[in-house]
Design a protein around this ligand. Structure first.
Ligand code: ATP
Ligand code: ZN
Length: 283
């Protein structure tokens, strides 16, 4: 059996969550800060720790079979890889930002402006799609200081909270793309049996993360109201209690409207609500 290789970021914003998702799949491996490669004990897999910028190309060329990296880097490097699964972390937006004092309102007013960025490929595609000719100043870091130094009129960069922009006298102008971490493979590897097994395990972890296991007690007379509130995978499990008029209800509820749901359940007569994390949901 071939040992697969998966490339993940060595250190930085995606490292911790990438390691976590692999560990939550039940893979056992050492994760020393110094290691460049780590062998998984209970699956035919080796983990390569790389700079995120190098991951798409390693996967494209088959040096690694799989990779976890931001979509922004895949597009920027123009790598030909297969997308297997969005992973729900490393979320960010790439935006064009302008000086607070700049009063342009439409995208076409970027015509002829100088824009500093470390994402020249994504930016030039966007400008081309909008028929704008601007000067792209390719710099590798701290692009936010560009306008203050007179290097550029605008910047194009990852914006999360916007506080870095604010601190540098900038404001967001237009959002160009949203990105999150994704699992990719070398083209053609997506049907490999071990790759499919790993994708299945990752999906079971993602599904579990998006839900909580809830147990509650309710008087039988209120049971229907409770059941109506629960989004059953099938229907909830109802367990009799020693006190005859009462039952326990077991169910899985989505994380996204969790508190709203809990409050509605309480209002409908639920008592002794216990919430538990779910480790995996096998499809
Ligand atoms: P490396 O040393 O691996 O090259 P880096 O400094 O280029 O790391 P990080 O800052 O760790 O990269 O960001 C890695 C990825 O995390 C980004 O490409 C992006 O997909 C994602 N990301 C999510 N939120 C942010 C954010 N607020 N700022 C920067 N990147 C973010
Ligand atoms: Zn990088």
């Amino acid at each position: 059996m071939k040992t697969l290789k998966i490339a993940i970021q060595k250190s930085g914003r995606l490292n911790e969550k990438s390691v976590e998702i692999l560990k939550n799949c039940g893979l056992s491996f050492e994760n020393y800060k110094s290691s460049l490669i780590s062998k998984v004990g209970n699956f035919p897999l080796e983990i390569l720790f790389l700079r995120d910028d190098d991951i798409p190309e390693y996967v494209q060329d088959g040096i690694a079979d799989l990779g976890i990296v931001g979509e922004n880097i895949i597009i920027e490097t123009n790598a030909k890889v297969s997308y297997l699964q969005k992973l729900g972390f490393g979320k960010c937006s790439l935006k064009i930002a302008i000086k607070n004092t700049c009063d342009i309102n439409e995208i076409k007013e970027l015509e002829g402006k100088a824009i500093a960025t470390s994402y020249p490929v994504i930016l030039s595609r966007y400008l081309k799609a909008n028929n704008i000719t601007a000067q792209i100043r390719n710099i590798s870091g701290s692009v936010e200081i560009g306008p203050g130094l007179g290097l550029s009129d605008a910047i194009f960069d990852i914006v999360s909270t916007g506080s870095t922009l604010k601190n540098n006298g900038l404001k967001p102008f237009v959002s160009v793309m949203d990105s999150e971490a994704v699992l990719i493979s070398t083209q053609g590897m997506e049907l490999n049996a071990e790759v499919l097994e790993l994708v299945k395990r990752i999906q079971s972890v993602l599904r579990a993360k998006a839900t909580k296991y809830v147990v509650l007690n309710v008087e039988k007379k209120n049971l229907q109201r409770i059941v109506d509130l629960l989004p059953g995978v099938k229907s909830p499990t109802i367990v009799p209690l020693f006190e005859e008029e009462w039952v326990a209800v077991h169910s899985v509820i989505p994380e996204e409207d969790f508190w709203q749901k809990i409050n509605a359940l309480k209002a409908a007569g639920a008592q002794g609500i216990v919430v538990m994390p779910i480790e995996k949901i096998i499809a």
